[in-house]
Each structure stands twice: as structure tokens, then as C-alpha cells.
Ligand binder design. Structure first.
Ligand code: ZN
Ligand code: ZN
Length: 154
């Protein structure tokens, strides 16, 4: 992927760290090499193809176009995942209240402040893990309909 400024690459690194993910965890989740991700984060964007950069942006809840735009307008404001409320993704965490609808298990999430779950210490999710939309009250994403906490292995 060409012409992504180093300042934008660094935003990707910051976003990953804010989520508490290691380079290798993130690389595995989008299916690229950890070494390529490392190069990308250090300001060598050509090491990662556009397809992976898109996956990366989606996984980190980043809007690449927006970041590029902000970089051009010099005042680079980063999205601060830790500033907003989040929920614990662990089905076994007491912060999630379980209930069943038919055969499916749902969890009513408790929105918490900070970066880590106050109950179990897990890194809080700040956005819908499936589509990246902002969180709403309740158990499912209002944008894509996916359950925020999935108790079943898919
Ligand atoms: Zn928790
Ligand atoms: Zn969603």
C-alpha cells in the first residue's frame, strides 16, 4: 500500500496498543505476517497490501480516509478508544448479565469507563466487534444485529 504517511502508521500502532493487542495477536486476527505489520507500524506502509490495511483499520476501529484527511489538515486528532465507555467481551465475567432467547444465549452488557474491566481485568471493547459501530444500550449491535458478547464458539 502506497502513500500512507508515517504519522498515520503510528496511529495504527497506538490504536493496537490501546486495545491491549500484541503485534502477533493482531497479525493472526487479520491473517498477515507479524513482520509485515511491524514494518507497517514503523512507517513502511508498502510492506502491507491495501487489502490488509483495510482489515487492519476495521479491526482497530480506525477510519483510514479520516486519518489521512486529518493528517493533511495537520491537526492530527487520534480516536481515543479509552475515552468512551466499553463492555467486557468475556461471557464468564459477572459484569455481563446472561439471559436466553429460545436456544440462544445473550448478555446484557454493563458499560464501564476506562480501558480494563472493573470486574475481571479484561480489555474492554469500545465498539461493536463485528462492524465497528458505536455501542448502544442492550445486548446486540443496533447497526449489524450481532450479540456484543458471544457465549458460543462460532
Ligand atoms: Zn470482565
Ligand atoms: Zn455491529
Amino acid at each position: 500500500m502506497q502513500n500512507i504517511p508515517k504519522t498515520v502508521c503510528i496511529k495504527f500502532k497506538e490504536a493496537r496498543r490501546a486495545l491491549g493487542l500484541t503485534q502477533s495477536q493482531l497479525a493472526i486476527s487479520i491473517g498477515c505476517q507479524q513482520a509485515a505489520l511491524s514494518m507497517f507500524e514503523s512507517g513502511k506502509p508498502t510492506k502491507l497490501s491495501g487489502e490488509y490495511v483495510s482489515k487492519l483499520a476495521a479491526r482497530l476501529n480506525l477510519n483510514l480516509d479520516e486519518l489521512m484527511e486529518k493528517d493533511r489538515s495537520s491537526d492530527v486528532a487520534v480516536m481515543q478508544p479509552s475515552a468512551s465507555a466499553g463492555f467486557c467481551p468475556d461471557p464468564d465475567c459477572p459484569s455481563n448479565i446472561q439471559y436466553a432467547v429460545g436456544e440462544r444465549m445473550f448478555f446484557r452488557i454493563t458499560l464501564q469507563k476506562g480501558r480494563y474491566c472493573a470486574h475481571c481485568g479484561e480489555v474492554l471493547e469500545k465498539r461493536c466487534p463485528s462492524c465497528g459501530a458505536a455501542l448502544n444500550e442492550g445486548a446486540c449491535c443496533s447497526m449489524c444485529g450481532k450479540a456484543y458478547v458471544n457465549g458460543q464458539v462460532e
